[in-house]
Design a protein around this ligand. Sequence first.
Ligand code: GLN
Length: 387
Amino acid sequence: MNTYPLSLRSKLPNVGTTIFTVMSALANEHQAINLSQGFPDFEVDEKLISLIHQHFQKGHNQYAAMAGVISLRETIAEKCNSLYGVEINPDTEITITPGGTEAIFSAITSVIHPNDEVIIFEPAYDCYAPAIELCGGVPVYIELQAPYFKVDWEFVKKHINHHTRMIIINTPHNPGGSIFSADDMLQLQKIIETSDIILLSDEVYEHIIFDNAKHESVLKYPKLAERSFTVFSFGKTFHATGWKMGYVIAPENLTKEFRKVHQFNVFSTNTPIQYALADYLKDADNYLYLPKFYEEKRNQFSEIIKDLPFKFVPTKGSYFQCVDYSKISDESDKDFAIRLTKEYGVAAVPVSAFYHRAKDNKLLRFCFAKKKQTLEMAAEKLQKLIP
Ligand code: GLN
């Protein structure tokens, strides 16, 4: 097809296909158990599926309102009120998006100008930096140390200057599995409360949090919430990553800018699913079981790997567990992940993929959002790592 020598200057010269796609493809090719890309292998609740059918049949099949179906936004406002004690205006402060990634992309695009600096904590989820770069912004990377991935706020303070426009936080953290405490939030608040810095808070794993810890949403902190885009995901919460459904909460001035971009990016989001979610979300039991449900999986996975030559601390939130394999091999994390897939039949993600310079800390990330049997099968295969 390519015969004309078209001159093409890539806008993202250093970006390739995401590691999640690469590792899932390799897992499929080798019929390995796929603990790489983060997605559940169990089914969505039948009740929710049948609600979607009902709304298809009711004829909810045309464009939804640009900001999202109002009944869904109202239900989200009620949920945030009961969980985080905050009053949110569903009309002016909530926008339904096709997944968390679109919300993050549109939020960044709506406020970042060329040369604006954006602080990102590494390891970082892979969609933040490309969005900043497409705006001509400058990602400023601050490294978090394994295995606890804690933020040193004094150090963050030193990286703030008059170019700093945004800080991106992610709690529970992917891939690190760490969570922010109330103290983290207050320290952050102290640093930015009298500045023009906007916060982008990726909280897509808000319900996947363990050991009775409470999720510290930005929404609980009025002085943070008034300058924040907070991003949530129905895919994570309702085991339906393939639906690409999420939402963003932001004060009116930020939401106004967000919607200017969102309307020309996707215009609106899947209508029948929004109606179904509006019904389903009304019953808090449909999500309040999640911490315990996933804690059991976290524990099962910890049990599986505790006698293997891995070093790890059990994850505090998200459905990911990072492990240090340096006792097993000197290979790069990428090579080791590939060999683990091909020779042992279990796929994981090399954590270097979450660093702009592919820093190799000899860490792999496993996703434990899997059926008991899947984890048992993985356990059996991983036993072969014992010398
Ligand atoms: N969020 C998922 C993960 O971290 C991947 C999503 C994707 O494949 N883009 O594994």
